[in-house]
Design a protein around this ligand. Structure first.
Ligand code: GLY
Length: 343
């Protein structure tokens, strides 16, 4: 069985590193955690770890979880502040405690106990984007929107333009609200699997909000006999259908990774009924993606909206590939830009 590693599109270097480590004989979980640590360290990724966009109050709160196929053990941390390497801390929950998930102040205290460094995860760029969001989010509060584009920092302007928002702000809708995350899964030559998901979660969330990423069965799941599944995008939609667990179960009952992934997206479509979450044609107006890796080595990445991409590494190297998708955004047809608001 050739070594394979799959990740969200922000994980090109993560899959490259994890693939090399597994190829050298490293455990699959250690390898994928070291892969995503590169992204947690990257200030340019506004969706994960250091540099992630903050919650409503301006604090970066991160969520992460790991799952190790050979032992079927898991660990997670949620609503964690000031710790960059959340995926590694989630692995420590798995390795050093009898628990599966630590949250908030308890997770931070656990990190202190283990000697993890504490640092402010809010970068200057993320702070400026957050401040701009406060200024434009409502015309009924005391914050005033900028009077002209010239009053907006160019980095901030670029960020909001990419999401089709003007400088003075339309309210951020679910369609262009930044979520984002990295999921990464790997399989070795013995067909053992592991996976990890780590994120700063939904931008500008209510403090304490926990997304799908640290929840075993939602943000990720692996059964070493069957395969793995993980997610990025709107966590609230994924949590309600426990999609990563469901994806693995669908593969257990004979679906290919692609069939299983498409069925997960269809379930989310069927269960999304609130008008604020639907577009004019009754389709979910948000992004969500699944990354599936079967015990056989077959894999798929599926997205609610496309065209969009994912990262993959095998014996032919690390590369960016096109996801399968349910719906095509008309404005992205020609450019192939990423479309689910994650990156
Ligand atoms: N999938 C990331 C989140 O919703 O927090």
């Amino acid at each position: 069985m050739p070594v394979k590693v799959i990740a969200s599109d922000n994980g090109l270097e993560a899959v490259r590193l994890a693939h090399d480590l597994i190829q050298q004989g490293e455990d699959t979980l250690e390898a994928v955690v070291r892969g995503v640590t590169l992204v947690e360290d990257d200030p340019n990724d506004l969706t994960v770890g250091y540099g992630g966009l903050p919650n409503e109050a301006g604090d970066v709160e991160v969520d992460a979880a790991v799952m190790h196929g050979p032992t079927h053990r898991a660990g997670g941390v949620a609503a964690l502040k000031n710790i960059k390497h959340a995926a590694r801390l989630a692995m420590k929950v798995m390795e050093t405690t009898d628990h599966s998930l630590l949250a908030g102040d308890g997770a931070l205290e656990f990190a202190r106990t283990l000697g993890f460094p504490e640092e402010n995860l809010l970068t200057e760029k993320a702070r400026k984007i957050w401040l701009h969001w406060k200024r434009i989010r409502s015309r009924n509060d005391s914050w005033q929107a900028p009077k002209s584009e010239e009053d907006v920092d160019p980095e901030v302007l670029e960020f909001f333009r990419k999401r089709k928002l003007n400088y003075a702000g339309e309210p951020i809708s679910e369609q262009n609200r930044p979520t984002g995350t990295i999921h990464c899964a790997g399989i070795n030559s013995a067909s053992d699997l592991s996976c990890v998901t780590t994120t700063s979660g939904l931008a500008f969330k209510v403090p304490g909000r926990v997304g799908d990423s640290p929840l075993i069965g939602a943000g990720l799941y692996v059964d070493n006999e069957i395969g793995s599944c993980g997610s990025t995008g709107r966590g609230e939609a994924n949590i309600r259908d426990v999609c990563s667990f469901a994806g693995v179960e669908l593969m257990r009952h004979g679906m290919s990774p692609l069939e299983a992934g498409r069925e997960l997206l269809q379930r989310i479509c069927r269960h999304t009924t609130e008008p604020r979450l639907l577009d004019g044609e009754g389709r979910p107006n948000f992004g969500v993606r699944f990354y599936l890796l079967a015990k056989s080595g077959e894999h798929a990445a599926v997205s609610m909206w496309g065209p969009t991409k994912y990262a993959f590494a095998d014996e032919n190297g690390a590369r960016i590939e096109q996801c399968d998708y349910l719906f095509e955004r008309q404005d992205k047809k020609r450019t192939g830009e990423h479309t689910d608001g994650t990156r």
